[in-house]
Design a binder for this molecule. Structure first.
Ligand code: ZN
Length: 221
């Protein structure tokens, strides 16, 4: 799953709107943000396989440290600790924000579970791997992510108030843009013909999206 993960980021602003949306954008993709550098370092692996599913052109065959259920819990716990004890000047409730961030990290695995083919291990590289395989139906995958993202947008707009013109319309335009990029991602040709190009491109998009979310979130409170 790609843009659908951001539904969680947007929705969690309703739980605590002191949480940074930019951080929440990084948190929901945290295990992917680790996965691609791990691939570049030869620690985890995937192959480019054109039309592996209707929606993807890759085979994810070794990702025990980022995409096992157990690892997801550990990364979420690490993020909880980081946010709980990170020095901050704000009067915001650090425990609550830490829980929100950890929830965002953990949500990745469960949202991936719906779309992935059985490639998500439970523990390490366990032989039991899960994935409900919605990726085999491109239209259903696109619609699910679009519906999730729009629901997230609705909650976000309800729980924050625009302070400027950009604040009022920016997030809506951004979501429409993400839906367009996801159409290319799901229905388009492979995103680069090798693992390195694809990893770098994916990482770049995650950081650009988080940057835009951070900027737009500053226009609402
Ligand atoms: Zn993932």
């Amino acid at each position: 799953m790609f843009v659908g993960h951001y539904a969680v980021s947007l929705a969690l602003k309703r739980v605590d709107n002191h949480a940074s949306l930019g951080m929440l954008f990084l948190a929901v993709q945290f295990v992917d943000i680790l996965f691609f550098p791990f691939v570049l370092m030869g620690i985890e692996h995937f192959n480019i396989v054109e039309n592996y599913t209707q929606s993807t052109h890759f085979e994810l065959y070794f990702m025990p440290y980022t995409h096992s259920l157990f690892a997801s819990f550990l990364w979420a716990a690490g993020i909880y600790i980081a946010f709980r004890f990170m020095p901050s000047k704000k009067t915001a409730n650090k425990n609550k924000i830490a829980i929100v961030m950890a929830t965002a990290v953990l949500s990745h695995w469960f949202f991936d579970l719906v779309v992935h083919t059985p490639d998500l291990p439970l523990f390490g590289d366990s032989s039991t791997k899960l994935g409900f395989g919605l990726w085999n139906n491109a239209i259903a995958t696109y619609l699910l992510e679009a519906i999730l993202l729009l629901l997230g947008l609705g909650l976000y707009l309800k729980s924050t108030k625009a302070t400027t013109f950009v604040g009022k319309y920016g997030m809506i335009i951004f979501v429409v843009l993400m839906l367009g990029i996801n159409a290319e991602n799901i229905f388009g040709p492979p995103f680069g013909d090798n693992v390195v190009t694809m990893s770098v491109a994916a990482l770049g998009l995650y950081f650009v999206f988080a940057g835009v979310a951070f900027w737009l979130d500053g226009k609402r409170n």
